[in-house]
Design a protein around this ligand. Structure first.
Ligand SMILES: Cc1ncc(COP(=O)(O)O)c(C=O)c1O
Length: 364
């Protein structure tokens, strides 16, 4: 007799990390490996955030605040929202999984664009709901009309990734509002804005105004990208108090650890630092996008901290092997849903220069 596991295990897609396990974090920290595979910030957290983490470290004998009171209050102040409408999670992934678990069961449909964030397929796999993938439209941007057209009586959860990972494209809040008008109010719409701070099309907080008109909307954000806190795992969702209660009900009581709570509560106070980080990212974005296009490759219109590059006639595996030999880690397109592409995150000026030089040498 052998142990048997739940049937859903066979449905789980599995996650491929950006840098293969076993690669030394020291090599990344020392800059030997240019880690451009995970859409992280190349810049460490704000010094005040590091201090807040160090202060909190002395109380690790205690469980964290189960309500994350300070973090939720600071987020509420920053966004002019009621704390009761803010849920926090062990990264925004935690909130995505909890949302699916609280909302979906077999017979339901979960709808999202594809290619989009590689965690979304976990949600139908775990809950037994049916997955509806809607192809991207022109320029590898989300086709919001096509997504609205796929809504059925069974649709329970709809996820809009804006800017979209991995294609980096962005729709302004007015387009999201027009889309939401077409979606029935009984469907929960998660607007996944992990990269929203980096876009320059629109006020980054414009989408929050939509919460007033669309009670079925949940805006999902993270400290992992622009705030440089990927290693701590902390994200948040602003929606209805019912949504918060639902995701809290299905998770363990202490899902956000005390260091992450302290870091997030401090980081949100430093919006000047956010602006500097965005400026640096935009400068690198212009450089990488132009550099790639000068090599004769197509790159989508990036509004994020990464580029999505069509390799054209060039073989994806050969390019990846060549970059890896030059100690540059980028993400392969095939596992992200579109072979013949790579996704490269913006690093430091030096790392991005290394990437462009190595890519030019590979393309000959
Ligand atoms: C679109 C999108 N949403 C959510 C996340 C998850 O972020 P975290 O769980 O680190 O908050 C990511 C991470 O890459 C992402 O690309």
């Amino acid at each position: 007799m052998t142990v048997t596991y739940a049937e859903k295990l066979a449905r789980m897609p599995g996650y491929q990390a950006g840098v293969p396990t076993g690669q030394a974090p020291e090599a990344i920290a020392a800059g030997t490996i240019a880690q451009l595979a995970s859409n992280e910030s190349p810049r460490p957290p704000h010094p005040k955030v590091v201090e807040a983490i160090a202060r909190a470290a002395g109380s690790m004998n205690r469980y964290p605040d189960p309500d994350a009171t300070l973090l939720r209050r600071r987020l509420a102040d920053r966004y002019d929202q009621q704390p009761g409408r803010i849920a926090v999670g062990n990264g925004s992934c935690d909130l995505l999984l909890a949302a699916a678990s609280a909302l979906c069961e077999p017979g339901d449909e979960i709808l999202y664009a594809w290619p989009s964030f590689s965690m979304y397929p976990y949600l139908p796999a775990l809950t037994g709901a049916r997955e509806i993938r809607v192809p991207l439209g022109e320029g590898d941007a989300l086709d919001l009309d096509a997504m609205a057209a796929e809504v059925t009586a069974a649709t329970q959860l709809l996820i809009v990734c804006n800017p979209n990972n991995p294609t980096a494209t962005h729709h302004p809040a007015a387009a999201i509002a027009a889309f939401l008008e077409k979606v029935p109010a009984r469907v929960t719409v998660i607007l996944d804005e992990a990269y929203i701070e980096f876009q320059t099309n629109d006020d980054p907080d414009a989408s929050l105004d939509l919460l007033k008109d669309f009670p079925n909307l949940v805006v999902l954000r993270t400290f992992s990208k622009c705030y440089g806190l990927a290693g701590l795992r902390v994200g948040y969702a602003i929606g209805s108090s019912n949504f918060r209660a639902a995701v809290d009900a299905v998770r363990q009581p202490f899902s956000v650890n005390a260091l992450a709570q302290a870091a997030g509560a401090e980081a949100i106070l430093h919006q000047d630092d956010v602006l500097e980080r965005v400026e640096e990212t935009v400068a690198e974005r212009i450089r990488v996008q132009e550099g790639v296009r000068e090599l004769g490759l197509w790159a989508s219109e990036s509004q994020a901290n990464f580029s999505w590059i069509d390799l054209g006639e060039n073989d994806e595996a050969t390019v990846l092997t060549g970059l890896s030999a030059a100690d540059i880690a980028v993400r392969a397109g095939a596992p992200l849903g579109d072979a013949g592409h790579i996704r490269v995150s913006y690093g430091t000026e030096d790392e991005d220069g290394r990437f462009l030089t190595a890519l030019a040498a590979l393309l000959g």
